[in-house]
Design a protein around this ligand. Structure first.
Ligand SMILES: [Zn+2]
Ligand SMILES: [Zn+2]
Length: 131
């Protein structure tokens, strides 16, 4: 894998770069991700904060729960990042220019999974957070 990997929102107003191998990659089945994306689950790459940057445009910011900041494109609405700690930031896998670049390894928050969204038997499964 060659870094940086680039990605951005659907309309092109917001662009970002992932500058090094992420700390983790997973599909999140939590209810917050479902509701915010309007989707059955959301794939994320967990990045050291030093290895992620917005390179073009200014995303809108929203606190989905206290202490959690999510960003999205203010024009087209694409969900981009999730941040709960000052040390790491998650970015949506499907917003990468090459969505095959960082395959998910885990599925987390499986206890909130929607029943018709089958688990991938090739991945590791966790009821809540992956450790
Ligand atoms: Zn956009
Ligand atoms: Zn989630």
């Amino acid at each position: 894998m060659t870094f940086p990997l680039e990605g951005g929102c659907f309309c092109g107003a917001i662009r970002y770069a992932v500058k090094a191998e992420p700390l983790g990659r997973g599909i999140c089945h939590c209810r917050s991700c479902q509701r915010i994306a309007g989707a059955e689950s959301v794939g994320w790459a967990v990045n050291d904060i030093a290895n992620f940057e917005f390179t073009y445009g200014e995303p809108a910011r929203f606190a989905s729960t206290p202490g959690v900041e999510r960003t999205f494109c203010p024009r087209c609405g694409t969900g981009l990042t999730y941040q709960r700690q000052s040390t790491s930031i998650d970015v949506t896998l499907a917003s990468l220019d090459d969505p095959e670049a960082l395959p998910a390894k885990n599925e987390v928050w499986c206890e909130e999974r929607i029943s018709w969204n089958a688990l991938n038997p090739d991945l590791n499964h966790h009821a809540q957070w992956s450790t």
